[in-house]
Design a protein around this ligand. Structure first.
Ligand code: PLP
Length: 381
């Protein structure tokens, strides 16, 4: 039986390269707290992403949760249920109410046409997700936000390295969050960042990730979400290999497309005009009638061949059968308005259908072509 193939496999730089990168840390004994590697990674990422402002974090989730707090957002945040739980939990844990908007059936990103009916006097922001690295309709979302005086925060966890007409995903909205988790296209083992426009946010973000420490022994209230030097060093190494990794992923992506296009009942990922992809995922959708099998049946057949794709995203984040009222979950700050939050997947039918039909296939730079072919043979039957 062939070795197990999972949906992803973390990239690692050559061991010698990482050893060289961490050597100065052993000499200085400066292991964390915004040292040399942290500063170097911030600078390198600013250049790579083409932004002026960035703040590094211990992970993408805390970056988003603390950014919502640092921006002083309150009340309702319009978001998508077709995402990893982190997006929705960040809103809840920051004391806000998620209001779920349906998605575009092709890209899986928030459908701008469905946003305005959800806006109330309590809405403070829109928080869409660049799902699979598909760029949201940033122009339409930006216009709606401007018209209604709302902030826009992107969960860009999937979109590192994605550009539209040469402009990186980091540049859209008031703020964009990236995850540098080990499973992402670019990683720092664990890590994350936010890129933002408002220079005043820089101090607030810095304090909130560092216990609220200000100068001269004065404090405000903050948490701890700093990236350490070993993680930053991993990021510096991985950034050097990123373009090559994306090119390798692109070859895997095209091999899937060559093998699978024309398969009845199987929809392949959308390609977006003027968008340079990072080939983060290869999501396929099964329409059971035409394909002759449900998504779950196809997944089971792949599993029998030691191939482990993921139902990503399933379930929707508005589909959790909360045994207790959401307002009394231990991780959620007290908020009398929370009982108004609507956790109901039937209110977002396109997202519900996407989530029932999608399977993300194994995707990483050094996935051998023979394995891609084998996966496709199983899917084509
Ligand atoms: C990975 C991911 C996150 C969380 O990032 P971490 O760095 O793992 O905390 C949030 N949102 C989406 C869409 C993700 O894929």
């Amino acid at each position: 039986m062939a070795d197990k193939i999972f949906v992803t496999r973390s990239f690692l730089p050559p061991l010698e390269e990482y050893t060289e990168e961490i050597r100065p840390i052993f000499e200085s004994r400066w292991l964390t707290n915004m040292g040399e590697k942290h500063r170097a990674l911030e600078q390198a990422l600013k250049e790579f992403l083409g932004v002026d402002q960035i703040c590094l974090f211990q992970n993408g989730h805390l970056a988003l949760e603390l950014a919502i707090e640092a921006m002083g957002l309150h009340g309702e945040i319009i978001t998508t249920p077709f995402t990893f739980v982190s997006t929705t939990w960040a809103i809840l844990r920051a004391g806000c109410i998620p209001v779920f908007c349906d998605v575009d059936p092709v890209t899986g990103t928030m459908d701008p046409e469905k946003i305005e009916p959800l806006i109330t006097e309590r809405t403070s922001a829109i928080l869409p997700v660049h799902v699979y690295g598909h760029l949201c309709d940033v122009d339409a979302i930006g216009e709606i936000a401007k018209r209604h005086g709302l902030k826009v925060l992107y969960d860009a966890a999937h979109a590192f390295g994605v550009t539209r007409d040469g402009v990186s995903a980091a540049a859209y909205g008031d703020l964009a969050m990236f995850s540098f988790h080990a499973t992402k296209v670019f990683h720092t083992i664990e890590g994350g960042a936010v890129c933002f426009r408002d220079p005043e946010l820089a101090d607030r973000l810095f304090r909130i990730k560092n216990f609220g420490i200000e100068e001269n022994e004065t404090y405000c209230v903050g948490g701890n979400a700093k990236m350490n030097e070993f993680e930053a060093a991993m990021g510096l190494c991985n950034l050097r290999h990123l373009e090559e990794q994306i090119a390798m992923r692109g070859r895997v992506f095209r091999r899937y497309v060559e093998n699978l296009s024309g398969t009845p009942g199987l929809a392949l990922p959308a390609e977006q005009e003027n968008v340079k992809s990072n080939y983060a995922y290869f999501p396929v959708r099964f329409s059971a009638e035409k394909y002759g099998e449900t998504r779950d049946e196809a997944a089971a057949r792949l599993n029998a061949e030691n191939i482990f794709p993921r139902k990503y995203f399933y379930p929707l984040t508005n589909a959790f059968p909360f045994e207790r009222e959401i307002a009394s979950q231990p991780g959620v700050p007290a908020n009398p308005e929370l009982s108004a939050a609507r956790f109901d997947p039937s209110a977002t039918p396109e997202a519900a259908r996407f989530s029932e039909e999608v399977l993300t296939l194994p995707m990483y730079g050094d996935l051998p072509m023979e394995e891609v072919d084998r996966i496709c043979r199983v899917l084509r039957k």
